[in-house]
Ligand binder design. Sequence first.
Ligand SMILES: NC(=O)c1ccc[n+]([C@@H]2O[C@H](COP(=O)([O-])OP(=O)(O)OC[C@H]3O[C@@H](n4cnc5c(N)ncnc54)[C@H](O)[C@@H]3O)[C@@H](O)[C@H]2O)c1
Length: 242
Amino acid sequence: MKLENKTVIVTGGAMGIGKACCESFAAEGANVVLIDWDDMGKDTAAKIGERCMFIKADISDEDQIREVKEEIMRKYGRIDVLVNNAAIQTENSFFKMSAAEFRKVIDVNLIGTFICSSTFGSEMKRGSTVVNMLSVHYDVPRLNKFHYDAAKAGMAIMTKEMALAVADKGITVNGVSYGACRTPMNRGWETSPESRLAAEKKIPLRWIAEPEEIAHFVTVVVKEFSKHATGSIFTYDGGRSI
Ligand SMILES: NC(=O)c1ccc[n+]([C@@H]2O[C@H](COP(=O)([O-])OP(=O)(O)OC[C@H]3O[C@@H](n4cnc5c(N)ncnc54)[C@H](O)[C@@H]3O)[C@@H](O)[C@H]2O)c1
């Protein structure tokens, strides 16, 4: 897909990988809509410049997302790309995790993805595409992030089912799965070199990706492979999932 003057929505674009995606798509000449519930999105969008517009919203709130869609349609009149990136993460042991903690993560990460996909997807035309940001942990088990990993597993099967559901409209849906990346979500690594080293040790290539690398990968998937690939999960993880 040629990205110039296309409308690209990135959820959770205020920081981390979402921010890098906004920068990467804007550099390709797209009109980027950065959705985030954190006001930091305003600064991020301002730094990117006129190609990036910030809209404050919670992706798990259906009414807010419906209003966001109307605002985007008034301004740009089209939606070409949706990157479902926003997510939250907490950590707790199996018996200490409450249903409320579990539910909150599912609500944002999985149901938020569904809300954005169905709401924005209703305006997408033939040739448009959706990218769901997965994690190696949609398939690779670990301890203490049951809710987050269950949400990613849900997103993985939803990627394939959404792809089936919208194929007759000529819209494609793919997932990008990656391993560890240096972002605010992993801010613990800054203060604990031991936990960073432990994360690196689990990666066969022994280094943690930067957000810009993931954003470049996502941009290439959209630009080069979103035409015939659908229901696919592309992996960029330093071998973490082997
Ligand atoms: N960092 C990693 O190592 C890693 C690895 C694999 C997958 N991922 C996935 O990549 C994506 C981005 O991760 P990141 O590390 O950049 O995260 P991050 O925590 O650094 O940034 C997430 C962004 O999403 C926003 N957000 C969260 N909940 C929201 C909501 N309900 N409504 C609107 N905005 C919301 C936050 O404000 C933040 O700006 C996530 O889907 C994450 O699960 C990250």
